[in-house]
Design a protein around this ligand. Structure first.
Ligand SMILES: Nc1ncnc2c1ncn2[C@@H]1O[C@H](COP(=O)(O)OP(=O)(O)OP(=O)(O)O)[C@@H](O)[C@H]1O
Ligand SMILES: [Mg+2]
Length: 653
């Protein structure tokens, strides 16, 4: 194709156009999370160089019409009337770079606000003391979004014409004078932007947030900002929080909120809260009764860093306006994603004890993806991070994999905190003989090679090293960690002659890069803990990365009613002299049975992806179910009791 030809083809292209853009906007909106609109407005303000931000209430309409609208204001650089029109009218057009993996989409504020502000979002922007205003809204009939035209006098011609951008004006219908809705500090400095949210009808109290999300908590906006943004040290951010859900107690004017106390006591007030950012609520620079005991950063094999902050002493009082306890989150450009304080996530990092969870915050900072290197980048909904890996774009972030690697080289201070927190456990099992017993009973079936997928791993789960299966009775077993165990190899293996050998599905996929972590005797430990370490009703939980139990540990709930009832029943049989032995034996049996379930489930990894085995088959619920039923466990308990304590006393005795 010569150049001429190419040009013709190029210019002959019929570009795509959009119809029903509002449908697309509504659809993207549905994928956003709570307070996404706040993030978008906040982010725009930061990007506009703001030093002061107010997440406030528009008090004029509150006073004139009893409508409480959310008002958002910043002293950023603002927009000219032309910019305002272009940036808010055009999806995909903004004053900042658009389109790259880490760049803006130029849709943020519109998409997150219009679907729940169909009556309008008013944007007033100031530059050089000059204010320009637009009113975006949905067409009541078609649902399409656009900018509302009003009749205004063109200052150049003096003629009244319909126009979409105009100077702010006194709007009796809306209940406010748009010339004065911007806070004084903004109008005084002459630059900045105000957004007022009108909701779906003229009477909506948009201070309660989006009705499509759970945003009505009084301190919700504060908590969101204090959890989403890592550090806001050079920004003056304030949120006006109402005093409760009961509208009859809301202040009826701004003046009322400034009074020392109102006539009926001080209920009619607002709380004006400074927002500090997440880091503040992890380090608590001014706390008196406790302090940061340890902090440090570890670097993982893919370049991701994990920073831990461990608190000691009393935890400072934090209300609902920030994270109260420790959590795990992924940081990307001063924003936290995937924040969780769930014990499952902590368990992936080798942390089970409630006391440690409460005091430990882990901030994961992965490298940013480029077009030719792995890393993270924000998803289109700006609500989660995605990963680019060797296999491509759009993968989920690998929090559990980072957790496993971090746990292997857990910082010594955290390890020590775990040791200290062992308070609730009733003595870990010194008698490791049960492992030998279990191993003896079931032969080498459990001697699995655990493959941990690691991008930098040096082993391959290929046939040569892994499908050797169990050696026959008396043969050498996989003591060297070279993978001759049957856990990985028994699948599809028909050569072995071991008596108890079983086949569970086809061989492990070949050529998966990984690292062999353990070769033999891979039987987990178990440990009894008190009820507070468990969710309600849960009897046992699996913790694969416990720093003290290299093969993982099953935690059992010593206060679970099933266990308490079992102990009571057998104590009754054997009388008070043997009470302690009975308690112990019940625990030993349940512990060993639980361990055998986990060890046996290793085989399912030949049938299912191993993360499914970890997450579902070994979930708290599944493990608890597997320990119910009494029949099997009671047989074992009886057998053990008879061996150790002799026959039970007769009921008559
Ligand atoms: N508070 C503000 N101050 C100054 N300019 C703003 C403000 N808010 C928005 N803008 C301008 O309007 C444009 C559109 O904002 P919008 O949030 O819709 O998209 P974006 O920020 O460009 O991209 P993204 O979709 O990633 O948010 C911005 O690029 C910016 O130029
Ligand atoms: Mg934006």
């Amino acid at each position: 194709m010569d150049n001429e030809q190419r040009k013709k083809n190029g210019s002959g292209l019929v570009g795509l156009v959009t119809a029903g853009l509002h449908n697309i906007i509504n659809r993207i909106f549905r994928e956003t999370g709570p307070f996404q609109w706040l993030r978008e407005l906040f982010q725009n303000s930061i990007e506009a160089g703001a030093t002061r931000i107010l997440v406030g209430i528009e008090w004029q309409a509150a006073k004139a019409r009893g409508v409480y609208r959310r008002l958002f204001a910043d002293d950023g650089k603002g927009m000219t009337s032309e910019e305002l029109m272009t940036f808010f009218r055009t999806l995909g057009e903004g004053g900042k770079p658009v389109g790259g993996r880490h760049e803006n989409f130029a849709v943020g504020s519109k998409v997150s606000l219009l679907p729940w502000n169909r009556h309008g979002m008013v944007v007033i922007s100031y530059q050089g003391g000059q204010g320009s205003m637009i009113w975006m809204m949905a067409d009541a009939e078609t649902g399409e979004y656009g900018i509302r035209r009003i009749r205004a006098i063109d200052p150049a011609t003096g003629v009244e014409t319909p126009t979409a951008v105009y100077e702010p004006f006194n709007d009796v219908e809306a209940g406010c004078d748009w010339r004065t809705v911007a806070p004084e500090w903004l109008r005084e400095c002459g630059h900045g932007t105000v957004v007022v949210l009108l909701g779906d009808t003229p009477d909506d109290d948009t201070v309660l947030g989006s009705p499509f999300q759970d945003e009505s908590a009084i301190k919700g906006a504060s908590k969101f900002l204090n959890s989403r943004y890592l550090e806001l040290d050079h920004l003056d951010v304030m949120v006006e929080e109402l005093n409760g859900q009961d509208k009859s107690k809301w202040p009826r004017s701004e003046e009322e909120t400034r009074r020392a106390s109102s006539v009926e006591g001080d209920t009619h007030t607002v709380n004006r809260r400074s927002i500090r950012g997440a880091r503040h609520f992890v380090h608590f620079p001014k706390a008196s009764k406790g302090q940061v005991a340890s902090t440090g950063t570890s670097t993982l094999s893919d370049g991701t860093t994990v920073t831990h902050v461990l608190w000691e002493g009393e935890r400072p009082e934090v209300g609902d306006h920030a994270q109260r306890n420790g959590y795990i989150a992924v940081a990307y450009r001063n924003e936290l994603y995937h924040l969780t304080s769930h014990h499952h996530s902590f368990r992936g990092f080798g942390i089970v004890q409630k006391d440690v969870r409460r005091n430990l915050t882990l901030t994961i900072e992965p490298p940013e993806a480029t077009d030719d290197s792995a890393g993270v980048y924000p998803g289109g909904d700006r609500n989660r991070l995605l990963m680019r890996t060797e296999s491509g774009d759009g993968e989920e972030v690998s929090i559990q994999r980072w957790g496993a690697e971090w746990a292997e080289n857990m910082p010594e201070d955290v390890r020590e905190a775990i040791r200290q927190a062992r308070g609730t456990s009733s003595g870990s099992i010194e008698d490791a003989a049960y492992k030998d017993r279990l191993a003896e009973k079931f032969g080498d079936k459990w001697k699995s090679v655990r493959i941990k997928l690691l991008p930098s791993g040096d082993s391959h789960t290929d046939l040569d090293s892994l499908q050797t299966g169990p050696s026959g009775p008396g043969g050498t077993e996989g003591g060297s960690g070279t993978g001759s165990g049957s856990g990985a190899g028994s699948g599809g293996n028909t050569e072995g002659t071991g008596k108890r050998e079983r086949t569970y599905g086809s061989a492990r996929p070949r050529g998966v890069r990984g690292r062999k972590t353990r070769g033999d005797g891979d039987i987990p430990d178990y440990r009894w803990e008190s009820a507070e370490e468990f969710d309600d009703g849960i009897l046992a939980t699996w913790s694969p990365h416990d720093p003290q139990c290299p093969a993982g540990v099953v935690l059992l709930n010593q206060d679970h009613p099933v266990i308490v009832a079992e102990q009571a029943a057998f104590k009754d049989d054997y009388g008070p002299v043997h009470a302690e032995d009975v308690e112990r034996i019940v625990k030993v049996v349940y512990g060993e049975v639980a361990v055998s379930k986990i060890a046996h489930s290793e085989h399912l990894k030949a049938l299912l992806p191993s993360d499914l085995v970890e997450e579902r088959m070994r979930s708290d619920e599944a493990l608890t179910m597997s320990l119910l039923g009494l029949v099997a466990e009671e047989n074992l308990i009886v057998e053990r009791l008879q061996r150790e304590l002799g026959r039970r006393r007769s009921k008559a005795a």
